[in-house]
Design a protein around this ligand. Structure first.
Ligand SMILES: *[C@@H]1O[C@H](CO)[C@@H](O)[C@H](O)[C@H]1NC(C)=O
Length: 472
């Protein structure tokens, strides 16, 4: 088995420097491929009236999750490749911003060619949170997953996972949960964005008739930034959207960021310091009080890094900020910074699980024990605390991989867990186990399907057959 000898840095390179990864031939390229290159870049959300928030009184009175606008969409994998689906739609739905004011978000519906129905004859529907991780709405999935969309390669890689769910004949719904001001790391905002996307999903007539919407089976899933959004949705569901209890069947959370403060401080000054800049720019965009604080205390270089991050997407932000000590751009020590009321409020409100109730649905959790971006310490504590309070969680810790690799290796088991819940099989009792590699569970590999496996191998630069052919 050669998987363990893969240096994590090669995956990082594939993700962030991606030109070689994109140049790697992908399977099933149709004849019309050369014409697809001519696909024009979609109009950016900030310039597209489709995304605009209505200003009339009627809008303020609509319920959260109401559909404001709808149009058909043309998804493309990796900017130019067609996707194996029947159709796609985009929906603008009503939600709230971090302060609770009416706001709009976009979501994209990916329709499989066939739909797999549950025992009630309703289509299995996955609400999938991608890791946008950028403070800029042009990096959101509703544009990045369209033909011609480019700039946020991490999201584009996730089209592989969307394909795997479509191959299960599940409907896939992908919300722009960060909202139009792109509040990356603002967990509460992401959570309400996801829950209102779920509500909007029940109102999409091509998915379910209104009279049966109350039973449409929904699963939530996300990795890293996508797990943050999914985790915050679960945390707020009972209070914010109690009616969804009859829809939600299970969730899968991978590489869950629990304590944003701990993550930002650990990444500051290191190779992934761009996530610090991106996260702070995201919080800046949705918290007026933080804008004031930065204006008073951040130096010119710090500000220009925030502004630059605001104009690009995560891969560029990572490249531009490697090794940057962002805390040193403020006119105070780290200890002083962490005592500032505005900063404390931001960080405390971004700590998942503090004072929270029990997870409302069964959860499959996966995390690399050597996660170099989102350490396991707080995820371990969070899941242990939830299990001790009665939550149903299957928690697989994985030794061999790190953050980006576990994204890929945990996916099969996650899909398998959700599939069983969609089928009505009761979730197994809570358990925590540490495995060498989740992907080594043979049934997990099967979940990915040959096409998706081939794509993953191509992206990792591994010759076909060598990765999963061992009998280890
Ligand atoms: C990012 O852009 C938005 C929209 O133009 C703006 O309101 C916000 O202040 C900008 N944020 C930063 C960190 O520059």
């Amino acid at each position: 088995m050669r998987f363990s000898s893969l240096p994590p840095s090669s995956l990082l390179a594939a993700l962030f420097l991606a030109s070689s990864a994109i140049a790697t031939p992908l399977p099933e390229v149709p004849e019309r491929f050369p014409h697809a290159i001519l696909a024009r870049a979609p109009v950016p959300p900030q310039e597209d009236p489709f995304y605009a928030k209505p200003s009339d009184d009627q809008f303020a009175r609509r319920p959260a999750g109401a559909i404001i606008r709808q149009r058909s969409a043309t998804p493309g994998q990796f900017t130019i490749l067609p996707q194996n689906l029947a159709s796609a739609e985009q929906v603008i739905y009503k939600t709230i911003d971090l302060q609770g004011n009416p706001e709009v978000n976009a979501l994209t519906v990916f329709m499989p060619k066939k739909t797999d129905l549950n025992a009630d004859g309703l289509p299995k529907t996955l609400v999938y949170q991608v890791a946008e991780d950028s403070p800029n709405s042009n990096c959101a999935p509703s544009i990045q997953l369209q033909k011609g969309g480019s700039g946020n390669l991490v999201i584009q890689l996730e089209s592989i996972f969307i394909n795997a769910a479509l191959a299960k004949n599940w409907i896939v719904v992908v919300p722009d949960y960060q909202g139009p001001r792109s509040g990356f790391t603002a967990g509460k905002l992401a959570g309400t964005g996801v829950l209102d996307a779920a509500r909007a999903t029940l109102r999409v007539s091509s998915i379910v008739e209104p009279s049966r919407a109350g039973r449409l089976p929904l699963a939530l899933m996300g990795y890293s930034g996508g797990a943050l959004a999914s985790g915050w949705a679960l945390q707020q569901q009972k209070e914010y959207a109690p009616e969804l209890s009859s829809n939600l069947v299970a969730a899968a959370l991978g590489g869950l960021p629990v304590n944003v403060e701990d993550i930002l401080l650990k990444l500051n000054g290191g190779p992934m310091a761009g996530l610090v800049v991106s996260g702070l720019a995201g919080q800046y965009n949705v918290r007026p009080e933080l804008q004031e604080f930065f204006t008073d205390h951040l130096n010119a270089d710090g500000f220009s890094r925030l502004r630059e991050a605001n104009g690009t997407c995560l891969p560029q932000i990572i490249l531009a900020n490697g090794g940057v000590d962002f805390v040193s751009k403020l006119d105070m020590t780290q200890e002083e910074l962490l005592r500032e009321p505005v900063v404390r409020k931001t960080l405390d409100e971004s700590f998942l699980g503090v004072g929270a109730g029990v997870l409302p649905i069964p959860v499959y959790a996966y995390h690399a024990t050597n996660d170099d971006v989102v350490g396991t310490e707080f995820a371990d504590k969070y899941y242990a605390d939830q299990i001790s309070r009665g939550a149903t969680i299957t928690y697989d810790r994985e030794i061999v991989s790190e953050h980006l690799l576990a994204f890929v290796t945990g996916f099969g088991s996650a899909i398998q867990y959700l599939e069983a819940r969609f089928a009505g099989v009761a979730a197994p009792p809570s358990s925590t186990q540490t495995r060498l590699l989740n992907l080594l569970q043979p049934t997990a590999i099967a979940q990915l399907g040959p096409t998706v496996l081939a794509q993953i191998q191509a992206l990792l630069g591994i010759p076909s057959g060598s990765l999963f052919s061992s009998n280890a």
